[in-house]
Write a protein that binds this ligand. Structure first.
Ligand code: PDD
Length: 280
């Protein structure tokens, strides 16, 4: 399987980055994860727009045009065997320099792109989640590679009886999952937190909002509290590698009757139908 590194397609084992890369030293970089269905990049323009926003936020100029990114992604997809669902990982760091906190002048970004197979998931039984204080910074809208809190929280979830996700709470407001966005349903209305510096503007989130609105389902981009989450009729998670996942237990307590609900089924169907259309 080949990966792309700084202009070259290389075997994964051959691709090497300097120990002075600022991604390695500071976590000074941003990334994207783009789903690939039957070889096609999913919502590519939206992902590239978010990459551009992340790069702008940290003053790295985008090294490639839309067409160039497309070609790079297609090249790594072509070298990833099989028809299974995949994802493309793009990482851009500020580049290599002696260690100094200030952004160095005249530095060339390091660009790494690889393709991975996506684990197939069935949410027949739903997933479990824990809740935790949101211990991250206030610029969660930047898709930064600096993911220490996120991986700590995901691991904590796993260690808490095999939960899939940690749902995060800041000042008693639910923000998002450690690697997903959060939706809840109460009395027939779907809620998801508004896009601000405390959540990643998820591409899957936006699509689910779009699909539900188009179907006439009431949906509000509005904050809700930890208690409201716990009292919800349904809770779902969305993400590029998650799809739309129903949460059936939070902190050991059943969400409603402890089974995936009808609103999730509807949202998941709309989402899957949308993907199926892309595949054909
Ligand atoms: N993560 N919120 C956070 C903190 C995330 O890391 C992700 C995705 C999402 C969902 O965004 P999207 O729908 O665009 O995938 C929300 C990716 C998949 C990851 O880090 O692997």
């Amino acid at each position: 399987m080949q990966v792309f590194l700084n202009g070259q397609l290389l075997e994964k084992q051959e691709a090497k980055v300097s120990v002075l890369d600022r991604g390695f030293i500071f976590g000074d970089g941003v990334y994207e994860v783009i789903p690939v269905y039957t070889g096609r990049l999913f919502r590519f323009t939206e992902h590239l727009e978010r990459l551009q926003n992340s790069l702008d936020a940290i003053d790295i100029s985008n090294p490639y045009s839309h067409t160039e990114w497309n070609k790079i992604c297609d090249d790594v997809i072509a070298s990833c065997p099989g028809d299974a669902d995949k994802s493309v990982y793009i990482q851009v760091t500020r580049g290599v320099s002696d260690r100094q906190h200030l952004y160095p002048d005249n530095i060339t970004p390091t660009v790494f792109v690889m393709c991975n197979l996506t684990e197939a998931h069935s949410y027949h039984d739903g997933v479990m989640a824990i809740t935790h204080e949101d211990i991250r910074w206030h610029r969660c809208d930047i898709k930064a590679i600096t993911l220490l809190p996120n991986i700590m929280l995901r691991q904590l979830a796993r260690n808490s009886g095999g939960a899939y996700e940690a749902i995060l709470v800041r000042n008693n407001r639910v923000t998002e999952g450690a690697a997903s966005n959060v939706f809840m349903v109460k009395d027939g209305v779907v809620y998801t937190p508004p896009k601000d510096g405390h959540i990643l503007p998820g591409i899957t989130r936006d699509l689910v909002v779009e699909l539900l609105q188009a179907s006439g389902q009431g949906i509000l981009e509005q904050d809700f509290s930890l208690q409201e989450l716990k009292d919800a009729d349904e809770v779902w998670l969305t993400g590029s590698t998650t799809g739309v996942a129903p949460v059936i237990q939070i902190d050991g307590d059943a969400v409603s009757d402890g089974c995936p609900g009808q609103y999730w089924r509807n949202a998941n169907n709309l989402f899957n139908q949308y993907i199926e259309k892309i595949k054909t």
